[in-house]
Design a protein around this ligand. Structure first.
Ligand code: ADP
Ligand code: MG
Ligand code: ZN
Length: 612
């Protein structure tokens, strides 16, 4: 048992104890008195009371009779509930009618404190215990509390998604790849007759938010077949055997509903390599689930009519066994959208949003390279929210611009900085912005702000590329680095001191320099050799550089080169800012005054400075 497991079991035992204690208290304080209050009496007594006209209300059940009555002779308070074992008595109903008593048969739900409660209360302690237990067990399964072990996919068994390719923007190439699958799902017989074999599994690979899940749903929608979906992350943190059972169940149901699509989202969560550098911690549960998945995939014919789709943003960590022929043997790359795609996506999401005449989606698509479909959807939504907040009828370009800022920089916090801090931050950001404007290859400044963001930055400089960049030269990279160090350079030029505010900038610059040296082979000292052993920044954006197999001399040389590159970039930035000190002062002054400055204004100031 691993440490985390022990803690988990420990937790559930703790909960169990609490539940038992609660149940005991409940039993002794509430349950007991209620039972005492609901007294069982002989049938003859019931008959006597009825004859004496003391009975007030009667509930007839198949085996029991409950009644309320007040007998002055007894100590019973009005409303006392008695219960009687029912005896075959054909005269009962006529007698009840004759006595003018209110009576009804089950279900007794309306009469609040009578039969129903008496029936439920004995079970309450059990329900309580069950609730706590299942909550622990079913934690990973989310809502699937009562049917853990059954496939979660069951809950949406055969969902008809109704999503079409028209709802997906900028993925035309992927859609073409998926057409064949759709044709097969629509008419499996045509394919089987010719003996054609289709890929069993299709793996959608791409960065987060590019619409992989959406595409899978649209594939089912286009083919008009049921969509079974399950997410790999559901399996993490689950008791042994449950994940495997779910996989088994899901495939069983899917086979019964064929043709259909089984979709495994975030498959990397179960399909991680079982050993090797990619594996984090060996996890028995995941391994069992993965093995079950593999054997299910092997277990049915390629033409059974079940198409398995899966999505991941980390193909590099997937277990090789998953990628073997007969399993996920076809990979489809889902990339970040280009300008055209971004426009399509913006149009799709703006359909329900009334746009003002100045809202130019084409312009938005232009200034949002690197944004995913989810980012763009988010921007449209944020813009609409901003318009609502203004009580406006239509969404304007200004709403969109502010929405972009929010999505990029996070929400702004309104805690004013002290004047001295404010001045430093203003110079720091002005440094980034001015260097970006003065260097020829760097992206244009879109906006600079010294309003602290929710993500903890004291200010930010937003650059917006005017086009998609696929290939970057060493010069472009060095100039980017100079922009990153522009903040620190401004501190040096103006204050001749450094602050902690540049920590993140330094990290990014160092990262970039490292990749230039070890991945891109861009320094003469080390030559065009790849030194990083792991794939560089994956989709998640971090480089796993294990310098395996590097001699200490080489490692030292790499460090020296990185340092040289970063220092050169800083010097370049310092030199530029010293030369354009007047422009730097001017931008910083505007920032201190207005808290933000547009890219156009920065450009105007920089141009004036260059003219001097
Ligand atoms: P992924 O699975 O690749 O992480 P999702 O399919 O979950 O991405 O995308 C999240 C949301 O982003 C979608 O529900 C959709 O609203 C939007 N979205 C992402 N990509 C696109 C796209 N290509 N076209 C339209 N909307 C998209
Ligand atoms: Mg997804
Ligand atoms: Zn900075």
């Amino acid at each position: 048992m691993k440490d985390t497991d022990r803690r988990r079991y420990g937790f559930s035992i703790g909960y169990l104890l609490v539940a038992l204690l609660g149940a005991w208290l409940f039993q002794s304080l509430i349950f007991r008195p209620f039972i005492q209050q609901q007294q069982e009496v002989p049938y003859s007594q019931f008959r006597d009371e009825l004859g004496a006209g003391n009975v007030q209300e009667v509930i007839l059940e198949s085996e029991r009779i409950y009644y309320t009555c007040c007998t002055p002779a007894e100590d019973a308070s009005p409303g006392q509930v008695y219960n009687v074992v029912r005896i075959e008595d054909p005269d009962l109903v006529p007698d009840l009618v004759a006595a003018g008593v209110t009576f009804r048969a089950t279900p007794p739900a309306n009469s609040a404190l009578t039969g129903l409660l008496g029936f439920i209360i004995p079970f309450l302690p059990m329900l309580l215990i069950g609730f706590f237990l299942f909550r622990r067990l079913g934690q990973a399964g989310g809502g699937a509390v009562m049917n853990f072990g059954r496939s979660k996919a069951k809950e949406i068994a055969g969902e008809m998604t109704g999503v079409k390719f028209a709802d997906v923007g900028g993925a035309d190439e992927v859609e073409v790849e998926l057409q064949e699958i759709i044709a097969f799902l629509k008419e499996p017989a045509r394919f089987t007759r010719l003996g054609a074999k289709l890929p069993k599994g299709i793996l959608l690979v791409g960065p987060p938010g590019t619409g992989k899940t959406l595409l899978a749903r649209a594939t089912a929608g286009e083919a008009g077949v049921p969509f079974f979906s399950i997410s790999g992350s559901d399996f993490v943190e689950m008791f042994a055997g449950v994940g495997a059972a779910r996989v088994r169940d899901m495939f069983q149901q899917a086979k019964a509903k064929a043709p259909c699509i089984v979709f495994i989202d975030e498959i990397d969560a179960i399909g991680q390599a079982r050993s090797g550098p990619g594996a984090m911690v060996s996890n028995d549960e995941r391994e069992q689930t993965l093995n079950q998945l593999l054997s299910e995939m092997d277990g049915f014919e390629a033409n059974a009519g079940v198409v398995i789709m899966a999505a991941t943003n980390r193909p590099d960590v997937l277990d090789q066994a998953l990628l073997r022929p007969g399993r996920f043997d076809r990979q489809v790359q889902v990339t970040l959208p280009n300008e055209d795609g971004r426009l399509q996506i913006l149009r799709i999401h703006a359909q329900q949003v009334p746009l003002a005449s100045d809202a130019d989606l084409g312009r938005l698509a232009k200034i949002t390279p690197g944004f995913s479909g989810a980012d763009l959807a988010n921007i449209v939504n944020e813009a609409a929210l901003l318009a609502v907040r203004r009580n406006a009828e239509r969404v304007t370009m200004d709403d969109f611009n502010r929405a972009i800022e929010r999505v990029v920089a996070g929400l702004q916090k309104r805690t004013p900085l002290k004047p001295e801090v404010r001045r430093k931050v203003a110079y720091h950001e002005a440094g980034h912005a001015l260097v970006a404007e003065l260097l020829p290859t760097t992206d244009q400044v879109h906006k600079v702000s010294i309003i602290p963001t929710a993500k903890g930055a004291l200010g930010y400089t937003m650059q917006m590329p005017e086009e998609d960049r696929y290939l970057l030269s060493d010069r472009e990279l060095t100039e980017r680095m100079a922009v990153m160090l522009g903040g620190r350079a401004a501190e040096l030029v103006v204050y001749d001191e450094t602050t902690t505010g540049a920590a993140n900038d330094l990290e990014r610059a160092t990262d970039l320099a490292r990749r230039m040296v070890t991945e891109f082979g861009m320094t003469t000292a080390l030559g065009p050799v790849r030194y990083a052993t792991e794939a560089g920044a994956g989709y998640l954006g971090y480089a796993r550089t294990l310098n395996n197999g590097l001699s200490p001399e080489t490692a030292a040389q790499i460090d020296a080169e990185i340092r040289r590159l970063v220092e050169a970039a800083q010097q370049q930035a310092v030199a530029l800012l010293s030369d354009h000190r007047a422009s730097l002062d001017e931008i910083a002054a505007v920032l201190q005054e207005d808290e933000s400055i547009t890219g156009d204004k920065v450009r105007a100031i920089a141009a004036r400075g260059q003219g001097r």
